[in-house]
Design a protein around this ligand. Structure first.
Ligand code: ARG
Length: 587
């Protein structure tokens, strides 16, 4: 099924050619959602944009175009306003027919993509022996949502966890543990991540202060690179330790990832440097091998280098990303590669992409995108910290969200004089807490910083997960109260949507926009658009439900309104699932 906007665009394209000739074939008809419902549902400003080309007044262009426009099956007669805006209002009969069609479609009108791509979403990607922090949480939540949307559209998605599991830090850490806690290097489970992080800090301290230790650490890195067995084993144990901890978080969030850490690309690094050399792109700068970048300059205006091999012969983050990019294009056959990290890494990716392009590894056929996001801040607007000033552990953060959701529930149950089982309460607290954390993150424009506030994210009012979950619960309540089996509604041959009340029309139009929204997120990778859509859907549903009796309505109207309720619930459920959020039947 084509979305309404696609249908309108096609009709406009046809009319442009019919009215002004072949020279307008391929002209963008500029059909968009109306900026204000006062002007109808959709509008086109194409007449204004054609004045120069057609040498006519925009209002005249609009009139000629409208005369050729065949949209009576979709819209009321178009209106021309102001200098030449064309305003369109959808017909109730069209809306009814569309709703009747999507009602029996499990995808609710969102067609699978015609040409599926192979997409890689590189997200989460914490670092071994370091705590997974709120930045990684953001990456995990946003990356998972993007992957879900691409998967739903039918793309083949590889969800890659590019964990930082390689580098000089391991030489340091292993050398330190050798002295301080040798069991950790030979026995599995000897440490938990908390200890590992502490050891890491101590090791770093030692490394910075002690020359001899620095030497031992470097020698360890060489051993690791060379594959010395005991060092490798120690490294493996440390990685396993961290991995288990990360997995706990992924399981709790319900996020799937395939780990392919930096170490995976280690054997491919020498070839990156050798090939760049062959291509004549390498230059030596203070002993390091670099590519001098175009468009990146220092204060003096000289081009900046991207170092791909340090003066000590070691490789770095950029070398690994170059190798990874080559591998993902060459071996994985990726068409689109999406990197979800904080905005601070924007320059790194732009530089890596530029070098890969100049080397010919990255061609026009492949789209690489950095999906940047802002910082997570505490309610004081500063970096998120615990009360005692330490970095917040993700486990604690999730626990706290769940505990607070549980406390909110208890007080609501008390106020409503309800009793529920412990099992019910635990389940509701878990779903609400997790959803709140995810939704608070996804509903922000990801490029801005966001303030982490348990109170806000758990509120039943406003653009929050609990508000949306509650709209869904409300609809399930209607089905329970009226003893309606929504799954049976579709079987009724006489079922049909009939729209008469203004709030019904508003809800109907919104329900039909799901596909447009999902396609937009697929293109621009902004999950907040989907959140905004679902939030408005809940609001529009609530307005409809306040105005229009459902269970008390008579026959055909009752069925029609039940269909609208069910469609709203299914749209919420589907939309939330794409955000990685599950619904509750009661809360
Ligand atoms: N490990 C990195 C960090 O914690 C993120 C890696 C992102 N992915 C990549 N291909 N560079 O900042």
């Amino acid at each position: 099924m084509n979305s309404t906007i696609e249908l309108l665009k096609t009709r406009f394209e046809q009319a442009l050619v019919a009215a002004f000739g072949e020279e307008l074939a391929g002209c963008d008809p500029m059909v968009v959602l109306a900026s204000n419902p006062k002007f109808g549902d959709y509008q086109s400003n194409v007449a204004m944009s054609l004045t120069k080309q057609l040498k006519q007044k925009p209002r005249d262009i609009a009139q000629t175009l409208v005369d050729s426009l065949e949209i009576a099956d979709l819209c009321a007669p178009p209106e021309i306003a102001g200098p030449g805006f064309i305003n369109l209002t959808l017909q109730p009969a069209y809306l009814e027919a569309q709703l009747n069609t999507i009602y029996i479609d499990a995808r609710l009108g969102v067609a699978p993509v015609k040409k599926p791509q192979r997409a890689i979403v590189d997200f989460s990607s914490p670092n071994i022996a370091k705590e997974m922090h709120v930045g990684h949480l953001r990456s995990t939540i946003i990356g998972d949502c993007i992957a879900r949307i691409l998967e739903f559209r039918g793309h083949e998605v590889l969800r890659l966890n590019h964990v930082g599991d390689w580098g000089t830090q391991f030489g340091m850490l292993i050398s330190y543990l050798q002295e301080a806690y040798p069991q950790a290097l030979t026995t599995a489970d000897a440490l938990d991540l908390g200890d590992l992080v502490t050891f890491y800090k101590q090791a770093k301290h030692r490394f910075d202060a002690d020359e001899a230790f620095k030497e031992t650490s470097r020698a360890r890195v060489v051993q690791l690179q060379a594959g010395a067995e005991d060092t490798r084993r120690a490294w493996q144990l440390l990685c396993d330790q961290s991995r288990r901890e990360f997995q706990v978080i992924y399981d709790r969030l319900g996020v799937q990832l395939t780990e392919r850490g930096e170490s995976f690309y280690n054997p491919l690094l020498p070839a990156v440097v050798a090939d760049l050399h062959q291509l004549g792109l390498l230059q030596e700068d203070a002993g390091a091998q670099c590519v001098f970048l175009e468009g990146f300059t220092n204060k003096a205006g000289d081009p900046l280098p991207l170092i791909v091999q340090k003066s000590d012969g070691g490789y770095n983050y950029a070398t690994t990303d170059l190798a990874a990019l080559r591998y993902r294009i060459g071996q994985d056959g990726a068409d689109r590669i999406i990197y979800v990290t904080d905005a601070g890494q924007a320059a790194h990716f732009a530089q890596v992409f530029q070098v890969a392009k100049r080397a010919g590894w990255l061609t026009e056929q492949v789209e690489v995108v950095h999906v940047p996001f802002g910082l997570v801040q505490g309610e004081d607007g500063k970096k998120l910290k615990t009360r005692s000033g330490e970095t917040v552990r993700l486990r604690d953060l999730l626990d706290e969200a769940i505990a607070r959701a549980g406390a909110d529930l208890e007080s609501r149950l008390g106020a409503e004089d309800r009793t529920e089982t412990e099992e019910f309460k635990a389940q509701v607290a878990k779903v609400v807490g997790m959803s709140a954390v995810k939704y608070a993150d996804l509903s922000q424009n990801r490029t801005s910083n966001y303030i982490f506030s348990y109170d806000k994210m758990l509120s039943l009012q406003g653009n929050t997960a609990p508000y949306l979950l509650y709209a869904y619960v409300r609809i399930q309540g209607i089905s329970r109260k009226g003893e309606i089996d929504f799954s049976q509604l579709g079987e009724d041959r006489n079922r049909e949507v009939i729209l008469s009340e203004p709030t019904e029309l508003v809800l109907a139009k919104h329900l039909l926009q799901l596909s447009e929204v999902i396609l937009a997120v697929e293109a621009d990778l902004m999950p907040n658009r989907l959140c905004q859509y679902l939030f408005e859907l809940s609001q529009k549903f609530n307005q409809f439900y306040d105005r229009c009796p459902v269970l008390k309505a008579a026959d055909r109207e009752r069925t029609s309104r039940l269909l609208l309720c069910d469609l709203t619930a299914r749209t919420l459920k589907l939309g939330l699932s794409l955000l990685g959020i599950s619904v509750l039947e009661r809360m």
